[in-house]
Design a protein around this ligand. Structure first.
Ligand code: PGA
Length: 251
């Protein structure tokens, strides 16, 4: 089943509103004819609204980096799925390893976040990935399998094609150390197998992104692998030319 490649920029805590607008002005012309792929940008919350205006009518959609699973209430500093839907988010990242590690997010919370997004029509990008210690201990598949079953718990099977998985080995994030295409493909095939157990035939339609030091120099080899359907890009997505080259990968 053909899957439209999907490239997402995860800006993390980078770019003011003015910087985000400058990025959009430089980036959009570079990808305007990249119609065979899907592209999304996840800026900080403060830039979402103005980025929605900057991206309107383009082939690039808006994504959020996080969400609170509650519909509303006394949760100082948090943002709901309805708020993200209102400003035009089409995607939302949940369970990024930085949130798992720095903010103690567990699989149950991540599953609730993904469900809250789906209920507002926003497609979740659910991140999974093992640490270096877990990989060296031979626990990669066990860790990824547990993260997948926990983070997808309770999500409605009929919405499976809207769910995106991002495999991001923690040891490759921001380190310049990319998983080889062989290592990434091996884990992606495992992920697809688990998705098939969970969602049946719909797993063939689900996109699995690779993340962890994706760059213009390595994207082509990664995207040539059968189960690598896109990329979640941090550092290299901050530069319009680099991210445009990634979005225009040659597989
Ligand atoms: P990186 O980040 O591309 O800078 O490694 C990827 C991510 O954390 O999503």
């Amino acid at each position: 089943m053909p899957r439209t490649p999907f490239l997402t920029a995860n800006w993390k805590m980078h770019k003011t509103v003015a910087e985000a607008q400058r990025f959009a002005a430089a980036f959009l012309p570079l990808v305007k004819d990249a119609t065979a792929v899907e592209i999304a940008i996840a800026p900080p919350f403060t830039a979402l609204s103005r980025m929605a205006e900057a991206l309107a009518g383009s082939n690039v959609s808006l994504a959020a980096q996080n969400v609170n699973p509650e519909p509303q209430g006394a949760y100082t500093g948090e943002v709901s799925a309805l708020m993200l839907a209102e400003v035009g988010c089409r995607y939302g990242i949940v369970g990024h390893s930085e949130r798992r590690a720095l903010y103690r997010e567990d699989d149950a919370l991540i599953a609730r976040k993904a469900l809250a997004l789906l209920e507002r029509g926003i497609r979740p990008i659910v991140c999974v990935g093992e640490t270096l210690e877990q990989r060296e201990a031979g626990a990669t598949f066990e860790v990824i399998g547990a993260q997948l079953s926990g983070s997808l718990d309770g999500l409605p099977g009929e919405r499976a094609p809207e769910i995106v998985i991002a495999y991001e080995p923690v040891w490759a994030i921001g380190t310049g150390r990319t998983a080889t295409p062989e290592i990434a493909q091996e884990v992606h095939a495992f992920v697809r197998g688990r998705l098939a157990e969970r969602f049946g035939a719909a797993a063939q339609a689900m996109r699995i992104q690779y993340g962890g030091s994706v760059k213009p120099e390595n994207v082509d080899d990664l995207m040539a692998r059968p189960d690598i359907d896109g990329a979640l890009v941090g550092g290299a997505s901050l530069d319009p030319e680099a991210f445009a080259r990634i979005a225009r990968f040659r597989a």
